[in-house]
Design a protein around this ligand. Structure first.
Ligand code: NAD
Ligand code: 89V
Length: 341
């Protein structure tokens, strides 16, 4: 019988509930969540009880020493990713870390180096590219149905109260680009390929947020394609698209337009076809998060399969470094942001 993987999870907060639910669903595929850790003992204990995890810890070092882990999933906020990834590497445990990979590119490079010097597997839980509608868009492009992509608009524009579940976002000096821009820039790479030139405008439209809450970027890809990549938590439109990333993609033989509700309009050979790609609402999911929650399960399945087969993840540390470099380039190009009262 193929050996089962002993998994530990660090950070039992808001979004980790989806990680733990997904890992429990993946038990039949060879993974056992054997330990959880949170510096807040009440959260660690609650997670262990909710998900039937045999051991819980308040100190990651102790968990590594006692749990004989084959994989660790770090679902804390970005300021603790570097120390926890380096700890996992010292214990020679293959590691998944949530986005943003790090607080800045220097930290990201340190984590990539810590894995490479030891020949260890390291990946980022970057799940937008595993959202069902975006998987379908990428599949349509690969099929050649729209020819060669030449232009795109990739946007995540919402007024959803993200601060209710993630209050810390309102206190980050570097906010929407590193939190949300990292997702849509990753999608730009997935759909149109690597980027050779980028400009960016940042806006600080929400006076209650410390950092920028709106980013609009113009990218030229090495293919010659051009994309407008944008994200905001300050939209006022109805219906609200949360948590969907809406895309328009033009090729030399067709086009793709995604609409709210995971509907995809594909124009090819002069015909327009509508595809319904709204994922089922998993037993542990709820609208409107269900699109993101479904992507967590797909992401964790991909990561597990790649680890077990000894191959890098599509969202490997090395790959996500390229996306993170675009985040840093956008901050550099945008310069100082003036609050808009
Ligand atoms: P959170 O603050 O709710 O949870 C983080 C938890 O980590 C807290 O319970 C905290 O006590 C714990 N923690 C902090 N330092 C620790 C340490 N050294 N050891 C053990 N536990 C520690 O944060 P969140 O909203 O769940 O976000 C966590 C990460 O997930 C962030 O990086 C965020 O960007 C990301 N996130 C991703 C998605 C997505 O994949 N689409 C969605 C939301 C959040
Ligand atoms: O990724 C995040 O941190 C979440 C989002 C809604 C974008 O998934 O805020």
């Amino acid at each position: 019988m193929a050996s089962r993987i002993r998994l530990g999870l660090i950070g039992c907060g808001f979004f980790a509930q989806n990680h733990m639910a997904a890992w429990k669903d993946l038990e039949p595929e060879g993974v056992d969540l054997v330990a959880v850790c949170d510096i807040d003992g009440a959260k660690a204990k609650a997670a262990a009880e909710k998900f039937g995890v045999p051991h819980w810890y308040t100190d990651a070092e102790t968990m590594f020493r006692e749990s004989n882990l084959g994989l660790v999933d770090i679902a804390t906020q970005m300021r603790t990713h570097l120390p926890l990834v380096e700890m996992a590497m010292r214990h020679r445990v293959p590691t998944i870390v949530q986005k943003p990979f790090g607080q800045n590119i220097a930290e990201v490079r340190r984590m990539v180096a810590a894995a490479n010097v030891r020949g260890l597997w390291l990946a980022v839980h970057e799940n937008f590219r595993f959202q069902r509608p975006l998987l379908k868009v990428a599949e349509i492009i690969r099929s050649g149905a729209i020819g060669t992509p030449t232009w795109a608009r990739i946007g995540f524009r919402t007024g959803y109260d993200i601060y209710a579940g993630q209050p810390y976002l309102a206190t980050e000096q570097r906010f929407v680009l590193i939190d949300l821009g990292v997702h849509v820039l990753d999608m730009a790479r997935v759909l149109l390929g690597e980027v050779e030139h980028l400009t960016a405008e940042l806006q600080h439209r929400n006076p209650k947020a410390v950092g920028e809450d709106t980013a609009t970027m113009l990218l030229r890809h090495t293919s010659g394609a051009v994309s407008v990549v944008e994200c905001t938590y300050g939209a006022r439109r109805i219906p609200d698209a949360f948590p969907e990333t809406l895309v328009e993609i033009e090729g030399d033989a067709g086009a793709i337009v995604s609409r709210i509700g995971s509907r995809i309009e594909v124009t090819s050979k002069g015909e327009m076809q509508v595809l319904e790609e709204d994922p089922e609402v998993l037993s542990w999911a709820e609208r409107p998060w269900h699109v993101a929650q479904d992507s967590v399960l797909t992401t964790c399945r991909h990561l597990l399969e790649r680890l077990k087969s000894g191959r890098p993840a599509d969202t490997s540390a090395e790959d996500n470094l390229k996306t993170f470099a675009l985040v840093e380039a956008a901050y550099e190009k945008a310069g100082k942001v003036k609050p808009q009262t």
